[in-house]
Structures are given as C-alpha cells and as structure tokens.
Design a protein around this ligand. Sequence first.
Ligand code: CAA
Length: 278
Amino acid sequence: MEILVAGAGQMGSGIAQVAAQHGHTVLLNDRDNDLIERGIATIRKNLDRGVEKSRITQGERDEALGAIRGTPKIENLQVDIAIEAASEDFETKRALFALLDAQTPPHAILASNTSSISITSLGAATKRPERVIGMHFMNPVPVMPLVEIVRGLETSQETFDAVHSLAGQLEKTPVEARDFPGFVSNRVLIPMINEAIYALYEGVASAEAIDTVMKLGMNHPMGPLELADFIGLDTCLAIMNVLHDGFGDSKYRPCPLLRQYVAAGRLGRKSGRGFYTY
Ligand code: CAA
C-alpha cells in the first residue's frame, strides 16, 4: 500500500517505521524538511539498533529506509490511506483532515492516531466520513503491540475491516472501541495517572514511592508518574480536559498540580523536567 503519515514526531515516525518494515511505501509529511529529517533520523537510529541486536538484517534495514520518502506538501497524493499523527489539537487536526480530503483519491481512508479527539468530528470535516476512522497506536510504536481502532458515528464496516486487517498485517493486535471521550486506553490510563498526581499533591507519598508501588505491586513496567513524564504532562492534561468536558463529570477534574506543572513548562521528558529531572 501507499501510506501517507502526516506528522513526523514521536508517534508519526514510529508509525512510518512499522509500515515501511512491513512492505508499504511511506510518504512522511510534516510542516518542513527539518522536522521530516528529524523523524527519519529517529527511524534510522531505531533500525540501526535493530541490526545491532540482530532483530533485522542490514538488507531489511536498507529496504525499510528506502521505502520512506519525505514530503513537506500535501498536494495531489496518490495514497491508499493517510494516517494523521499531528499534535493533539482539534483545530490542527480538523484543518488537516479537510486538506487530506481534498488532496487524496476518493478511495483513500483517512485515519487519525488521535488519543482522545472525536473521530466523528474529524469525519465531519471531510466529505467522506464513512472513510474516517481512529487508528490509535501506543508509544513507543515499534514496541507496543496494541492498535485501538475507533469507529466514528459514520465509519463504514468496509473502512473498519480494511484498517483492522492493516493493523494485523503490521503485526499489531487491533482492538475495537467506539467514539467516546478517551476511547478505552486513555479513559482508563489517564485518570489513573491523574489519581497518582493527586496522591503526590496531597502528600500521601513521594513520587518515587508512588511509582514503586505500581511497578512492584502491580507489575506495571513504569510507575504512573514516570509514565506521565514519558507521555508528556501537556498531553495528559489535554486528555483529562477532553474527559472532563466530554462527560461533564467532576471525577475527571485534572489535578491542580498537573495544571501547575504544565503552566511552568515542566512537561516531562521532552522538556527535561516533569515529576523527575532528565
Ligand atoms: N523506539 C523503539 N524501540 C524502543 C523505544 C523506542 N522509543 N524505546 C524502547 N525501545 C525498545 C528497546 O530497543 C528495547 O529493545 P531491546 O531490548 O531488544 O534492545 C526494548 O524496547 C526495551 O527497552 P529498554 O530496555 O530501553 O527499556 P524498558 O525495558 O524499560 O522498556 C518501554 C521501555 C518499552 C518503554 C517500557 O518501559 C514500557 O512498556 N513502558 C510503558 C509504555 C506505555 O505504557 N506506553 C503507552 C503510553 S500511553 C500511549 O501511548 C497512548 C496515549 O494516547 C497517551
């Protein structure tokens, strides 16, 4: 398949890498060539590590890299599917979906990697809502086996079947969810993280103690505060706000400490400081 990945950040580059390693031709798009180059550099690094660890051969590495081309423009693209992995902002995604609708062939599926934005609303920004769907990969994409497939109100069975089969071909396990705030993954995960932040805020235990309880007591690979830093505190706050607005239920109120850290620019790993210093 010809796949467009719109957004060359952490998620987009991971999706492009996995698609290229499974025999697809990938067009990687972002606002400018520097951002695309950065995405391709991450992919190269991951593939080189794969060769070092004997998970893939040098030939497979070269073939995957050769299957990825960068494009700063979304214009008359002959692709079968576009997977959008832009920043988690409704206006950005809405505009991108309208553009993808105009610049891809009518048969193309438009998928979003959004972690919480309504697929139904993104569908409404296009003239093909039956071909709009959520394809939510987890971070780090090359490692995590799940893809949450989200049906918008108008998503057709044909679109669902095509994306379900693509996820399987990418060696991911597809799980179906309906289009309600946070889907399944973030409806369960982010309130847990928010509760851990409340425990810290109320002085129940230190950050290290909270994370140790969840790692050693519940076998989580990362504690919730370490995971929040990994996801990005701004993203965690944005998702809590989507849950709070979408359900109108006070149980989803973001912890004041989370708001304060985001206001201070402590966004986690990407800014060098969150609950921990990097
Ligand atoms: N890209 C590619 N490969 C990566 C990677 C990355 N960014 N990070 C780690 N890996 C690979 C490593 O190469 C390593 O493979 P080898 O052992 O074969 O070398 C393997 O993953 C394990 O990595 P490490 O030994 O460095 O570290 P680890 O054992 O602590 O595992 C982890 C790292 C896989 C990230 C693990 O800590 C983990 O599973 N954490 C939880 C991740 C999680 O919950 N993700 C979901 C986040 S929520 C989300 O994505 C949805 C959302 O909408 C917010």
